[in-house]
Ligand binder design. Structure first.
Ligand code: GLN
Length: 268
């Protein structure tokens, strides 16, 4: 169908501006918006039209349509097996990179890596740092491995939960980083926007703290390390309390000034 026909159909059904329609289209088809403005006679495929409707009607994420997300300037493959990385997580990686540089950290692990954005972005910027990553989901690990290969970096990926896959080498690790599942179950159940992403990558249990409670059981192994976690602005204080035994806690904001990150450094 012609773009003019598409715009009038979508506008009639969804009451959104032609500009927004073109913006979504340009994301789905990976073209600049000016292309559609110049070429008003361009043909749009039925497949693209159906995706656009699915996105508008059901909130289906565009990133799962295009199978792509840009993170700190690199394109990563994503599909329904992994969480779509959020822009706030770029802040987490920038904090980690600064910390690794400042402290001369040589060995980092990323737990619950999903598509691998955190581990791969760190390794890409700091090729000399040893980076390992884990995920409980085998299909996530396959995607992370694919992304690492595509971006030409060497990260070691392991299947497993939390710290389990790293217990052998834990004494060598200097920084532990994670964007774990931290959303409260009831919040996920209310939000149709989160319904397409893997539940295990989001669901932190009734109070959102399941992952952090697990980590706190290992506090005897972690007291000499740096830890950096993403969490939710709504539960960050509770998380800080749970982890306080490990070390000195700082709560750091994201670029939107939301209290989102927990940074733990050794007492001493
Ligand atoms: N930031 C995500 C969201 O609120 C959650 C990511 C996570 O649980 N790790 O949609």
């Amino acid at each position: 169908m012609k773009i003019t026909e598409l715009v009038s159909k979508i506008q009639g059904e969804f009451k959104i501006s032609p500009f927004r329609i073109l913006k979504i289209l340009s994301k789905i088809e990976d073209k600049d918006i000016s292309f559609y403005l110049k070429e008003s006679q361009v043909e749009i495929s039925q497949r693209t039209f159906d995706f656009l409707v699915k996105h508008l009607k059901e909130g289906y994420p565009i990133e799962y349509i295009t199978k792509k997300v840009s993170f700190l300037g690199n394109d990563f493959f994503v599909d329904e097996n992994v969480l779509i990385p959020r822009i706030e997580t770029e802040d987490l990686v920038i904090l980690a990179i600064n910390l690794i540089n400042d402290k001369g950290i040589k060995h980092v692990i990323d737990m619950g890596t999903g598509s691998g954005v955190i581990a791969i972005s760190i390794k890409k910027q700091l090729p000399k740092t040893k980076v390992q990553a884990s995920d409980i989901s085998e299909s996530a690990i396959k995607i992370a491995q694919y992304n690492a290969k595509k971006l030409g970096v060497n990260v070691e990926f392991k299947i497993g939960d939390c710290l389990d896959p790293f217990l052998k080498e834990i004494h060598e690790v200097e920084l532990i980083i994670s964007n774990p599942p931290y959303v409260e179950t009831s919040f996920i159940e209310k939000s149709h926007l989160l319904s397409y992403e893997p539940r295990i990558s989001l669901d932190g249990g009734a109070d959102g703290q399941n992952f952090f409670k697990k980590i706190s059981k290992y506090s005897h192994l972690l007291k000499t390390k740096y830890l950096l976690f993403e969490t939710s602005e709504f539960t960050v204080k509770k998380t800080a309390e749970i982890l306080s035994e490990i070390g000195k806690i700082q709560i750091l904001p994201d670029s939107f000034k939301k209290e989102r990150f927990i940074f733990i450094s050794p007492y001493r």
